[in-house]
Ligand binder design. Structure first.
Ligand SMILES: Cc1ncc(COP(=O)(O)O)c(C=O)c1O
Length: 400
């Protein structure tokens, strides 16, 4: 199928509000119609009619692994290596605890200053609660490769920088880490569903990521965790909850980890959110990630070109080379917050990241080229004509 026809087909699978150009699928993906139908059905038929029986009859109990397998297909992970569960922060906590244990006596967690704050905060929490002399070392993103040596226990990076969209070379960094005996954890929050990811090919040890961004699973959707197949039975779960027990319904007094990835489950899955995510993942049926990537580059290049032609005042904060960028584009502007509010008031939705970044996500599954060009034109006009300079655009919302 020609790329344009393919993406007109996938766009029709989404319920998009009239008059809105949505450039924030990197924060919260748009709603697939199938997700709404599925949640309604889970409420009306499964919960409403089947009640507790639905754990078996509607397959609720297997949702985390079933959904994990579907996500795995999008990130180069084999069946049985991904579990949908909890939030990205919680999964990172599980992965980092397990990774540090596997890393033996080494004490350094290496990360970079482009990482999302929750990743660094979780690492600080793990260091504090383990209280065994671990330390978090944060370097500039371009220094991560050179900062690896035999003292590093774990390399913990986010592949796509949430602010600038800068893309790390996951294969090269993982290969170097492996050669030095460093355990790797990749945060794929801005990668899964945005660009081709090959966890198996890269040889990554752990990965985590969000269900609510490019996977369109809905607000607060379950996240996912990946563990390399050869490592799964070596993982000692830090959250040794009953759902990750070898036999949850035998109600033993002591914990025995379930085989392989099942031990990465902790408590009861959030079934309604899981069902939205599971249905949302059907929009990927018949879609090649390479086609999504090619289209994403076309869209982001057109956006940059139009903005720069019309408004040189906006400074590109993202890498200019599309091969070094994820599926988002950011510009710096001192009144970025107000600019974004002015855009949103016109129905063009992106977001703002402090201190001065206006950020736009490109989601080929439901975004058209004409919309991208129109958004670029309005952004340029708002900056050029200072249309942002109004009191109402200065009031800060809790979520930016
Ligand atoms: C790289 C990255 N990791 C993690 C998160 C969020 O984690 P959680 O879903 O636990 O809030 C985000 C949110 O934007 C993110 O960008």
């Amino acid at each position: 199928m020609m790329s344009q026809d393919l993406f007109e087909r996938t766009r029709a699978l989404f319920d998009l509000p009239e008059g809105v150009i949505y450039l924030d699928g990197n924060s919260l993906g748009a709603m697939p119609k199938a997700a709404r139908e599925r949640v309604r059905r889970e409420l009306d038929e499964s919960w409403g009619r089947e009640l507790i029986r639905a754990w078996n009859t509607a397959g609720w109990i297997d949702m985390p692994s079933r959904i994990g397998d579907r996500i795995g297909e999008l990130i180069g992970a084999p069946s049985g290596s991904v579990m949908a569960a909890d939030s990205t922060s919680v999964n990172l906590y599980k992965a980092l605890n397990a990774a540090l244990r596997l890393a033996g006596p080494r004490k350094t967690i290496l990360s970079d200053s482009g990482n999302f704050p929750t990743d660094l905060y979780i690492a600080e929490g793990v260091v504090a609660t383990l209280d065994r002399g671990h330390a978090l070392k944060v370097v500039a993103p371009e220094e991560a490769a050179d900062a690896m040596d035999e003292t590093v226990a774990v390399l913990m990076l986010t592949e796509v920088d949430y602010r600038t969209g800068r893309l790390h070379d996951m294969a090269a960094l993982t290969a170097k880490a492996k050669a030095l005996g460093i355990v790797t954890i990749w945060d794929l929050a801005h990668s899964a569903g945005a660009l081709p990811v090959d966890l198996t090919g890269a040889g990554a040890d752990f990965a985590v990521g969000c269900g609510y961004k490019y996977l369109n699973g809905g607000p607060g959707a379950p996240a996912f965790i990946y563990v390399r197949p050869g490592l799964q039975d070596e993982v000692t779960p830090v959250l040794s909850g009953w759902m990750g027990h070898a036999a949850p319904f035998e109600f033993d007094l002591h914990y025995r980890p379930a085989p392989a990835m099942h031990r990465l489950r902790a408590g009861t899955p959030a079934v309604l959110s899981m069902s939205a995510l599971e249905a949302a993942l059907t929009v990927w049926d018949g879609v090649e990630m390479s086609a999504v990537r090619a289209r994403s580059i076309t869209l982001s290049e057109a956006f940059i070109r139009t903005v720069e032609q019309l408004c040189p005042e906006l400074e590109l904060a993202s890498p200019r080379d599309p091969e070094r960028r994820g599926s988002q584009v950011s510009f710096r502007y001192p009144h970025g917050y107000e600019v974004m509010q002015a855009l949103i008031a016109e129905g063009i939705i992106g977001d703002f990241r402090a201190p001065d970044i206006v950020r736009f996500g490109f989601t080929p599954l439901y975004l058209r080229l004409a919309e991208v060009e129109a958004a670029a034109g309005r952004l340029a006009a708002i900056v050029d004509q200072r249309l942002w300079d109004r009191a109402e655009f200065r009031a800060r919302n809790k979520v930016t």
